[in-house]
Write a protein that binds this ligand. Structure first.
Ligand SMILES: *Cc1c(COP(=O)(O)O)cnc(C)c1O
Length: 364
């Protein structure tokens, strides 16, 4: 069946899966994005034919002609989400429908064929099911899922590709906080911006990351963990980090986060907006000036700042460095609102707290 909202997946189990003992050794200290499971999903698209050839098969190289479109014009998008071992022993995903919808939005922006959202969800279920032995069981560990899609047509002309390859791979990862909560030091880039109005900032495309790497390298040269991008027009307002959104917590209990537009609409960001409001905080989406940030940190009005995204969930920002110097937020220590929201979110993801929002999807 092709073109519809449902595809039949051909399941071809890996004839040579990693042996159990070796898998256990790999999963003992997986880090992030270094260890991969036995399988992958692939689905093809061709103009006029629709989506076809959905498979779950042994993970392996993707043969590619040197003239494959993505290698030249970077028509590529991706997603990132996690599968968890819940406290009751079940397997869950957190808001995969939101990832499916964002993947379709990213495809639309990059002039790519949209994958039906149900097919996206089915692909995740199939991969988790066959690779369930790779889901870490310990607190904090999870199976990171990486769906992605690229222009696979062999053609050097400048236009949207007529063929696409959708792939899902999976990687067991340990907790970002396995060595304790350490507030980030961030570098406010004076040189580089991430996204301009009308650009691709709201799409989860590889190109956004390609252009952010030099800023991240500059951050590292300044002994910082990540980069803060300011808006591309006035270079005054805080946008986000290289892969995380940002929240500000004030002494009157209100929270602020930059308005959507050029930033990536994070699912963690959206979840935090909801949870913070339910916890009684007033939360505003608005432009936050970098000078305002510095002044409010100095006056003490600003109590906490945190970054959020799927990989690290919620992580405090302690210190901001820029060419003119640096400043700390509340002495650089993790704040109680930050850590409280983090706990609430993790408890929902792990099934320790009732999921009143329909965010948790169970894998049968
Ligand atoms: C993926 C991503 C985020 C976080 O999104 P989540 O859905 O919360 O994981 C934030 N910023 C950028 C640039 C991203 O690519």
């Amino acid at each position: 069946m092709s073109g519809g909202d449902k595809l039949d997946f051909e399941i071809r189990p890996n004839p040579q899966p990693v042996a159990a003992a070796e898998r256990a050794a790999l999963m003992a200290n997986p880090g992030f994005g270094r260890v991969f499971t036995d399988h992958m999903v692939t689905i093809r698209y061709a103009e006029g034919k629709g989506w076809y050839d959905a498979r779950v098969e042994a993970r392996g190289p993707i043969p590619m002609d040197p003239a494959t479109a993505v290698l030249h014009y970077a028509q590529e998008i991706f997603e990132g989400l996690k599968a968890y071992q819940a406290v009751d022993g079940g397997i869950t995903m957190f808001r995969p429908d939101a990832n499916a919808a964002r993947f379709a939005d990213s495809a639309q922006r990059m002039a790519m064929a949209p994958l039906p959202e149900q097919v996206f969800l089915d692909s995740l279920h199939h991969l988790i099911d066959i690779d369930r032995a790779w889901i870490p069981s310990g607190e904090g560990g999870s199976l990171y899922l990486r769906p992605f899609m690229f222009g696979s047509e062999v053609f050097l002309g400048v236009r949207p590709a007529n063929e696409y390859l959708y792939v899902v791979i999976a990687s067991p990862v340990e907790s970002y906080f396995s060595s304790g909560v350490k507030p980030l030091t961030v570098w406010a880039s004076p040189t580089y911006t991430r996204a301009a109005p009308g650009g691709t900032g709201a799409a989860k495309c590889g190109g956004n990351y390609a252009s952010s790497l030099i800023a991240k390298a500059q951050a590292a040269e300044n002994d910082c963990d990540d980069v803060i991008f300011l808006d591309a027009v006035e270079r005054r307002y805080v946008d986000e980090m290289s892969g995380m959104n940002i929240f500000f917590v004030y002494d009157d209990g209100t929270l602020a986060t930059p308005t959507l537009g050029t930033i990536l609409p994070g699912i963690t960001r959206e979840s935090v907006l909801t949870l913070a409001r339910e916890a009684g905080h007033q939360v505003v989406e608005r432009q936050v000036g970098f000078d305002e940030w510095r002044a409010d940190a100095a006056s003490g009005r600003l109590r906490e700042v945190f970054a959020c995204g799927t990989a690290a969930v919620i992580t405090p920002i302690g210190t901001v460095r820029h060419p003119g110097g640096e400043f700390a937020i509340a002495g650089g220590e993790p704040g109680s609102v930050t850590m409280g929201l983090r706990q609430t979110l993790v408890d929902i993801q792990r099934g320790r707290t009732e999921d009143t929002h329909g965010w948790v999807h169970r894998i049968a």
